[in-house]
Design a protein around this ligand. Structure first.
Ligand SMILES: NC(=O)c1ccc[n+]([C@@H]2O[C@H](COP(=O)([O-])OP(=O)(O)OC[C@H]3O[C@@H](n4cnc5c(N)ncnc54)[C@H](OP(=O)(O)O)[C@@H]3O)[C@@H](O)[C@H]2O)c1
Length: 282
């Protein structure tokens, strides 16, 4: 059973919560899925209890996400849709708003539930303008909440200089081999919930023998142990699978109790980055 976490935006001046919405703590990531794969995986996932879909303009499948949502039996208001402003488009105020509208058009939706800046804009001088536009997207009702992705501690600190409201979420890579205690703490300090991506380190770590032995000792699959570890840290987790059996295997991880072996996960941390790491960029 998936639980929900309240996500909220804090007023940057006085720290008060502006408002709060509920977000499922588990969902399906759809990166590297072509349109057919994306559509069938989402329909299958929704049929099996998933209620959160994580896409991005950069994934090229927002159209398919929208089609899947429309053809599923689940009402729109029960599905939490996340998409992201592509880094190359994060160039200024007007561009950010028009990119958000274009995402909605591709998705065929009136609003998304969470709109994220995919990574800190490369041009440092436009970061404030881009965030101001994200705040405007929120006010215009194009999205129910706004956040960032791949922001490191310094990027979050800098937001205090230019933000009116602080992000509700920071989506960063988190898994047993990259536990990121400090960055997770920094998210918490500004009131942002950590959304952990690549819980299986893009699949690179599913065959790790240390993980296999933890999983064997509690009678689950290695992927389930890794996903449940991310979930039990309090992060939102969004494993990607386009394999119908694994889509079910992954949500079933929520029923697994890892409390007896939680200490064993500490030794897996090796600061392993599975792909890119904009959190350490200037
Ligand atoms: N914000 C960002 O910069 C960013 C970056 C990366 C990812 N993300 C988001 O996070 C989501 C998840 O991350 P990810 O796609 O990088 O990788 P991931 O979820 O860590 O791993 C996906 C890989 O593991 C395989 N897999 C899934 N379930 C499995 C299982 N039960 N047993 C064995 N193998 C399994 C998948 O293959 P099959 O499909 O064949 O099952 C796929 O190859 C993405 O889809 C995306 O939404 C965001």
């Amino acid at each position: 059973m998936i639980d929900y976490v309240p996500i909220s935006h804090r007023d940057n001046q006085n720290g008060t919560k502006i408002f709060e919405i509920l977000m499922p703590r588990f969902g399906l990531g759809v990166w590297q899925m072509d349109d057919d794969e994306c559509k069938s995986s989402i329909i299958h996932a929704l049929d099996n209890g998933y209620r959160l879909i994580d896409t991005a303009t950069a994934y090229g499948n927002e159209n398919a996400v929208g089609e899947a949502i429309r053809s599923s039996k689940i009402p729109r208001d029960e599905i939490f849709v996340v998409t992201k402003l592509r880094r190359v488009h994060a160039t200024g105020f007007d561009e950010t708003i028009s990119q958000c509208r274009e995402s909605l058009q591709r998705l065929g939706l009136d609003f998304v539930d969470l709109y994220l800046v995919h990574a800190p804009p490369e041009n440092i001088s436009v970061r404030g303008d881009v965030w101001e536009a994200m705040e405007a997207c929120l006010k215009l009702g194009l999205t129910k909440s706004i956040g960032v992705s791949n922001y490191g501690i310094e990027h979050l600190e800098a937001m205090k200089e230019y933000a009116t409201i602080l992000p509700s979420v920071n989506q960063i890579e988190v898994h047993p081999w990259l536990q990121r205690l400090e960055l997770r703490k920094a998210n918490e300090m500004i009131g942002a919930v950590t959304m952990g991506y690549s819980p299986l380190a893009r699949g690179h770590k599913v065959t790790d023998p240390n993980l296999a032995s933890i999983a064997q000792s509690i009678g689950c699959t290695p992927a389930q142990a890794a996903i449940k570890w991310v979930y039990d840290t309090g992060c939102i987790t969004i494993p990607k699978s386009s394999n119908p059996a694994r889509i079910i295997e992954n949500i079933d991880s929520l029923n697994i109790d890892i409390s007896d072996v939680i200490e064993d996960f500490s030794s897996l941390d090796e600061s392993y980055i599975s792909g890119w790491n904009p959190t350490i960029e200037p």
